[in-house]
Design a binder for this molecule. Structure first.
Ligand code: ZN
Length: 364
């Protein structure tokens, strides 16, 4: 299993310049070959392969000598990344986009070989960069596979170390859980437990909205625009960090307590509820949350089910199985089944249905 360990990097001035050059080099390679591949296809109706692109690198380094200073492995990895973007495109994702230098977030990936990436106390050795100071807040496990170095919107640097680890499966349980997610309450569980939305969200939401308003009134590119942009990015970063922490803890707990974890497909809810800020943050949180449960289930020998987007989890009576069509609008919180007369609490009833459907899916 692969596990990521993320650390805050503290490069000195010189290292910072080099890292920024690396972002530039890898971005250049990505864009150069994306353009070339497009052109090649337009002319010959054939795709340039990864191998063919890779074979052009030596010549490119003669043409652009500054490429020689770069971490060669990272340059190679960039070609692989482009290859993956193309593969995803053929599977139905969007067409690969050119990377912009105006995007504040930048990253590059480099792979491990012969101790080129190593942790030494408060420093981490990175290829071509050397020893960089970092906040060593946790022990990494297993063998290092690769490292991704990134610069965030607020100009902070991070390194994410991906390691190959042996994870022992957890002892099997009989307990299962269905999870209904919502905007009012982050999640409703099969046992009736309601996990409230974390407080940090409401705390920062108004401030974010206010900054967004301020930003829209500033002239793009001006000093004041930049100031507000950084403030806003910092706040977004804070929210993202808190959210990450909250989702990590909750997903780990659910995995520890249950053998089978079932969730619902998300599309319908987002469409019904429109697109305000709290909604979009919730959307991101839910999909992140599900991804975390999925990979942790994989690590620890648990079963993860996502029921169909069109499964009527809210309208189905969990007692008699009748469909109650009028339970469509989200304002309906409690309702009584027209067939068996059971009164349901909307989210709890949904979590029961999601659990049953998930269990059914894992049996088939
Ligand atoms: Zn009923």
């Amino acid at each position: 299993m692969e596990k990521g360990f993320k650390f805050s990097l503290k490069p000195n001035k010189e290292q910072e310049i080099f890292l920024n050059k690396m972002f530039g080099c890898t971005r250049f390679i990505y864009n150069y070959f994306l353009a070339l591949k497009k052109e090649h296809y337009n002319t010959y109706k054939l795709q340039l392969s990864y191998k063919e692109c890779s074979a052009m690198l030596p010549n490119l380094k003669v043409q652009y000598p500054w490429l020689k200073e770069a971490d060669a492995v990272a340059v190679q990895q960039t070609l692989k990344k482009l290859e993956i973007s193309y593969k995803n495109f053929f599977k139905g994702s969007g067409f690969p986009k050119f990377k912009s230098k105006h995007n504040y977030f930048q990253s590059y990936k480099t792979t491990y070989s012969h101790n080129n990436i190593e942790i030494k106390g408060n420093h981490i050795k990175l290829p071509k960069v050397g020893l960089v100071k970092f906040i060593n807040h946790r022990e990494i496990q297993g063998k290092i596979v690769n490292a991704t170095i990134s610069r965030t919107n607020t100009g902070k640097y991070y390194v994410s170390i991906c390691c190959n680890v042996n994870v022992e499966p957890m002892p099997k349980l009989t307990q299962s859980v269905g999870i209904d997610v919502g905007v009012k309450c982050f999640a409703t569980l099969l046992n009736g437990e309601e996990v409230p939305n974390p407080k940090f969200l409401t705390k920062y939401l108004n401030r974010i909205k206010e900054l967004q308003r301020q930003l829209s009134n500033k002239t793009k590119g001006s000093i004041n625009y930049h100031k507000v942009r950084v403030k806003l990015a910092k706040l977004h970063e804070k929210v993202a960090n808190c959210r990450f922490d909250f989702l990590q803890k909750l997903s780990t707990r659910l995995i520890r307590e249950n053998q089978t974890i079932s969730v619902e497909g998300l599309n319908i809810k987002s469409i019904i509820q429109g697109n305000d800020l709290s909604q979009s943050i919730s959307d991101v949180s839910w999909s992140k949350f599900f991804t975390m449960i999925k990979y942790k289930a994989n690590w620890y020998g648990r079963t993860f089910n996502k029921v169909d987007t069109y499964f009527p989890s809210s309208q189905l009576c969990s007692v008699c199985g009748a469909i109650n069509k009028e339970v469509k609008s989200l304002s309906v919180r409690d309702w009584t089944c027209s067939k068996c007369n059971t009164t349901h609490q909307r989210d709890f009833n949904a979590s029961v249905n999601i659990n049953n459907e998930g269990l059914r899916l894992s049996l088939t």
